[in-house]
Design a protein around this ligand. Sequence first.
Ligand code: IVH
Length: 709
Amino acid sequence: MDDLEELNEQQAAAELERLARVIAEHDSRYHGDDAPVISDAEYDALRGRNRELEELFPALVRPDSPSRKVGSSVQSKFEKITHEVPMLSLDNAFSDDDVTDFVNRVRRFLKWPDDKPLQLTAEPKIDGLSLALRYEQGELVSAATRGDGTVGENVTANARTISEIPHKLNGVGLPDVVEIRGEVYLGKKDFQALNDRMEAEGKPTYVNPRNTAAGSLRQLDSNITASRPLRFFAYAWGAMSDMPGASQFNMVNLFEDWGFAINPLMGRYDTVEGLIGQYRIIEQQRASLDYDIDGVVYKVDDLDLQRRLGFVSRSPRWAIAHKFPAELATTLLKEIEIQVGRTGALSPVARLEPVTVGGVVVSNATLHNEDYIAGIGSNGEPIREGRDLRVGDTVTIYRAGDVIPKVMDVDLSKRPADSQAFVFPEICPACGSAAVREVNAKTGRPDSVRRCTGGLVCPAQAVEGLKHFVSRNAFDIDGLGDKQAEAFYEWGLIANAADIFTLKERDERSLTRLKNRDGFGDTSAANLFDSIDARRTVDLHRFIFALGIRHVGEGNAKLLARHYHTIEAFMAAMDGAASFDSDAWEELTNIDGIGETAARAVVQFFAEPHNRTVTDELLVHVTTIPAEQASSDSPVAGKTIVFTGSLEQMTRDEAKAMAERLGAKVSGSVSARTDLVVAGPGAGSKLKKAESLDVDVIDEDGWFKLVGR
Ligand code: IVH
């Protein structure tokens, strides 16, 4: 188009208006789960044009200019709503055996006799996005997306445009507060019609119904949402002032009476065979249903049992999603690339001839690790005679739900005669350090992953660590995304996480100011410093997650934060846990949900002096908000409890989960730091020790009296 310098003020204003609109639209397609329709380079060119024009006409910078929201702040375009009851996810089962294991696990946890029937429901897993609808006195007052499970986005105005979401509930004797949860989705036929319309208008088409539903619900303009025929199935609930039903099945049927659509394929069964029978029926109907489903969800029916079973990390123990097998496609393996991750792992990635799998175009797929390429299975045995993966091969790839595509197999009959076996690098492609496979202490076999030994010398590891640190569920620094993290590292401005917080101060003294650098201007630099300042106080769990400790994802970070409450207590405990016969180590490994691998990784992380230095330095600039303890008003909150002897009204697992839910720490051995011992019949040495140390001892009835059940 025109040369920017030639534009007069009026033309420039019009062009800035257009750019703001177009960039916002692409941002929302990109971040709002919708599919991006332009390449990164085209997107960057649009932003570059906007920046240049703003520099030429500084007086015309718009309040909604894209330069004021570097890297897009779409995530904050809606108000936040904190879920009174967190919105969790489901564990997956991939085979009939996994389902049997699940039911056995539930029975064991509850000590349910083998011959006593245990009822579970089975229903389709809808491939849409979950929504929580709050009704007070029967009136819809708010609608929130799942978000990170704790905090979601307020999309009430948009939810009101969905005809299957009642504004007022039917029925008498409704609880004062009712929170219905379910799935928003777009029907397959409606999706097709929408795409036909887009195509007729010469506009880009949408990728799949799920992403389109997500994008439609997260529109700032409710008229757009209203123009998309979104639908809603109710299948669960959150906060309820009263429970009008005693089982999953009855609750969901009540929802229908109240005015919701419920899925007609929900059934109730008391054997694994019954559940799997329903799975097969649903699977057979899958193609003819007008909505996408990706599996079948089983839920323990009795709500008292659901309460006893509780949760592990982020999923209920009482439910599981039995996923359908993944969809397959065949394509050409064009290249094998090695990427270096945050923990130094060398990950092979397949570059593929683009192909559509399950409605999405795939051009990259993971190849897992070196052995997988060489055709060696995780048991150390060849996967199949002569099966390795080579550039030039024709491969089958699969994609299950949202997970990254994987290469499943190779068609050896189509292998070119001159193909060469792939040689996995033994030096890190990013820094040239040796890349090694450690020997796994448990199996005595080399680890499947080859890791760069360069540590912080390795730019790939340092940059990936920074990207993780600023990512959405960690520090979530607006305007400091992947691209900026790479640029800052390259410019030598940020080498580790602590440097982020001294950036502004150093910039003020620097000759090359950030505002003069590529991709930045006065406004964007100032905005970035503001958003960094806004993160000088963060929740403890975000801080722990951001450190990038191996095996410590968001779920484990939350468990650790909730258990130790403050950063000081947490770090002191990790020092103490460095010796494996310490109480601190026992306490750590006793946290429900923290396995030994994660426990070792945390302890090792803090034992490494460099990690210690960076963490300490971070804490000079950052204040952590102590985590809420599980339940601070319970009589056992903060107490250390030991269960011993045989328990009769609850299993040991159940006792532990209950105590932890109430904010107590459960330990396996009695020491001077034990506050309470709950002893059942047959208690021996632990009871004696408690008595000798003068620790309070109660029996199981005393426990129920104490915790009020
Ligand atoms: S029950 C505690 N039932 O699956 C979890 N979820 O992986 C309660 N979903 O975020 C969820 N269909 O968006 C449940 N029939 C169904 C479902 C379903 C789809 C989604 C939901 C949830 C995700 C969990």
